[in-house]
Design a protein around this ligand. Structure first.
Ligand code: GCU
Length: 681
């Protein structure tokens, strides 16, 4: 890893094209940016660092609005004549949106960045710099943009000892030992990176929570971080361990209906808000994978969530309550349990509760159908939980561009309010008019020099932020933006590398979990294949539970003849998923147990089809390697070598997956490998 990688997509390298350079020099020859508040100062500082880097000369800030070529200021501060020119655009913005526009003023064309709020100005400034990094033509620019989702939030699974659950990029950024006094420059750069893509909240701690973070000793450290992040529009949330009243409050119970417990949480909220007036609230994992929760006291999720919501309400805080629940005492198909448990609670939560649901019903697999709770919960705000860290996708070793996965889920039609009821519309709140909308991403960030381990994993952080801002963006444009700001504006570099990114997700599905296979990872760490594992303490953790391969065939029957998980989808989809002929083949073995000779649309047998997919995954990674080699002339030696080495590991491991899975499944299928599939040795 290299120092340059640290700068992420905010490299602000010197602009090479002379014409672009000249036009930008004209644009910023006099900048009017009065600032005067922390958020605005941060925006102004960003500009003051970035412009000289890009243009090769210092930036001139002017006090004279009338003579300026670029004016950056809040709408309410602008002179009337300027206001009039952008009134319509500004009227259509929400509180975090911005306008970037060329207008004719005082007989000349000037550029204006404006917004209703300071944070809008910060976002507008970052966008302007983003456009400049991409060498976009700014003469005549007219752009107005607002985020479509309210809460755009990272979930760090960081422990207080700085280990990170499912973290593959070093240790936690939060140096608890040196806080609150010592403010690492990393905190500021982290906040800049987040603000640059519109991320406006962060949960600092692991969902498998440690109650200690709610004690004064830690709260003063949290307060110090919140102070840094506030200047970039980022609110801090914490995970709240449900049994905290017992562990740090000396109470005998954490029963949510117990008055002392309720009082304890109210006081805790008061204590936190006295330190952090804009504290976001709590993220809670309760009665899931052994975590304590209301059910320990015979109460339910509504009792638990509403109790905390009541405590936070006077201060404007939210409770984000996770629906990632499944029990070893329940032999219902794991994929059905969260829906069964949460649907009856629809409409019963207080108005500051958001239910956070993983994108699929099992657990962040390379591919899953969308979680049936999306669209089914109609009166409860539902947050999307994506995993940016690649727990089941090769950690930070494999190159996988996740926006492809995220968008596939967002575009899925739930049909819950007729055709067009996409997951994106559920999540942005527009389908059911929810009061709060939210998208969460389990962070892939650590203290590695390059933040994310794999340099291309930076694109997943970037892409998550962009999609949380606008869930209707395409993977193509996100990849393009990231490549241009991170590596190069040269089309000869961008086109092939973008193609490599866009196929990388399908490649990982092919070489790990093709045709709807899932959860066949080796135990615990989830790195590498382990479809044979059948001896774990919990049957629902065993890969054999999910693929159910036997001599007759393979796959999980979730139709009406099996677990009937299909009934949790809207009737149109239920019908479609109940019939293998109408089930999209990418979900075939998710919903069906089929004979090895089942005929696929290609005409191949299922066995041959599976084998060919594994081979295809390997071939795709070979192509990725070749593509990268061809990109060498556009890269520094370090940039080239780093990704090359990683792609070589990925190729080796794609083969490992193919060989292991095919040899294992072949013990059931008892069929030869089809032509074109390399014989494992
Ligand atoms: C997965 C993951 C755990 C995590 C859990 C969760 O099961 O392996 O490490 O705690 O998800 O999302 O709560």
């Amino acid at each position: 890893q290299h120092l340059e990688d640290y700068k992420l997509w905010l490299k602000y390298g010197r602009i090479e094209s002379k014409t672009v350079l000249q036009s930008y020099a004209d644009l910023v020859s006099q900048v009017y940016f009065p600032a005067g508040n922390e958020v605005l100062e941060n925006a102004k500082n960003e500009l003051a660092t970035a412009l000289p880097n890009m243009l090769g000369k210092p930036v001139e800030f002017s006090k004279n609005l009338a003579e300026s070529t670029l004016i950056i200021d809040r709408y309410d501060q602008l002179p009337n004549a300027l206001q009039k020119l952008i009134k319509e655009d500004v009227d259509n913005l929400n509180d975090e949106g911005y306008v970037i526009k060329t207008v004719a003023y005082n007989d000349k064309n000037i550029s204006l960045v404006s917004a209703k709020t300071n944070i809008g100005i910060l976002y507008g400034t970052f966008r302007l710099l983003n456009l400049m990094q991409m060498n976009e033509d700014l003469a005549g620019v007219s752009l107005a943009d607002s985020p479509k989702i309210d809460l755009r939030i990272l979930n760090h699974w960081d422990n207080l000892d700085r280990s990170v659950e499912r973290g593959y990029a070093g240790f936690s950024l939060w140096n608890w030992q040196k806080l609150p006094e010592y403010i690492d420059q990393r905190y500021i750069d982290y906040a800049r990176a987040n603000a640059s893509v519109g991320i406006n909240a962060t949960v600092l701690t692991n969902v498998n929570a440690n109650a200690l973070v709610l004690t004064p000793m830690y709260l003063e450290k949290v307060e110090a971080l919140a102070k840094v992040f506030r200047g970039y529009g980022i609110k801090v949330y914490l995970t709240a361990r449900f049994s905290a009243p017992i562990e740090i409050g000396n109470l005998k119970t954490a029963d949510p209906l117990n008055e002392e417990v309720q009082k304890w949480w109210s006081n805790k909220a008061k204590e936190i808000y006295a330190r952090i007036p804009d504290f976001g609230g709590f993220l809670v994992k309760a009665n899931s994978e052994g975590q304590p929760g209301p059910q320990n006291y015979g109460r339910n999720h509504v009792d638990g969530a509403n109790m905390m919501a009541t405590a936070l309400k006077p201060f404007g805080g939210n409770v984000i309550w996770r629906a990632f629940v499944y029990s070893e005492h329940d032999d219902t198909d794991r994929a059905k349990q969260a829906y069964d448990e949460f649907l009856p609670y629809d409409g019963k939560f207080k108005d500051n509760v958001v239910v956070q649901v993983k994108n699929g019903a099992i657990d962040f697999q390379p591919r899953e159908p969308f979680h049936p709770l999306f669209g089914a919960l109609k009166e409860t705000p539902i947050a999307m939980e994506f995993q940016i860290t690649q727990e089941y996708l090769g950690f930070s070793t494999h190159l996988v561009f996740l926006p492809k996965l995220f968008i596939e889920v967002l575009e899925a039609d739930t049909y819950q309010k007729g055709p067009g009821s996409t997951v994106a519309k559920v999540v942005d709140g527009s389908l059911y008019n929810n009061a709060i909308s939210a998208m969460a991403g389990v962070s892939n960030i650590g203290n590695d020099l390059n933040w994310t381990g794999h340099p291309f994993a930076q694109a997943n952080w970037y892409g998550f932020g962009r999609l949380a801002w606008n869930p209707y963006l395409s993977a193509d444009e996100i990849a393009e933006e990231w490549l241009r700001t991170t590596y190069s504006n040269d089309k000869k570099f961008i086109e092939p590398i973008k193609e490599m990114m866009l196929t990388s997700r399908e490649a990982v599905v092919n070489y790990m979990n093709p045709l709807g296979l899932h959860h066949i990872f080796d135990t615990g760490h989830h790195y590498g294949p382990g479809p044979w594992v059948d001896n774990l303490s919990r049957p629902d953790w065993n890969p054999v539970y999910y693929h159910k391969a036997d001599e007759n065939g393979i796959g999980f029957d979730r139709t009406d003849t099996g677990s009937n998980a299909t009934e949790q989808y809207a009737p149109f989809l239920e019908k479609k998923f109940n019939d293998p002929a109408t089930t999209p083949e990418m979900f075939l073995l998710w919903f069906h147990h089929l004979p090895w000779d089942y005929k696929l649309k290609s005409g191949n047998s299922l066995w041959d089809g599976i084998a060919l997919k594994y081979q295809k995954g390997v071939d795709q990674v070979s192509t990725m390697n070749a593509t990268w080699e061809n990109a060498k002339p556009f890269l520094t030696a370090h940039e080239y070598e780093e990704v090359k080495m990683l792609l070589q590991i990925q190729l080796k491991e794609a083969k490992w997956w193919r060989n292991a899975c095919l040899l294992y499944f072949q013990t059931f299928s008892k069929r030869p490998l089809p032509k074109g599939v390399e014989q494992p040795n």
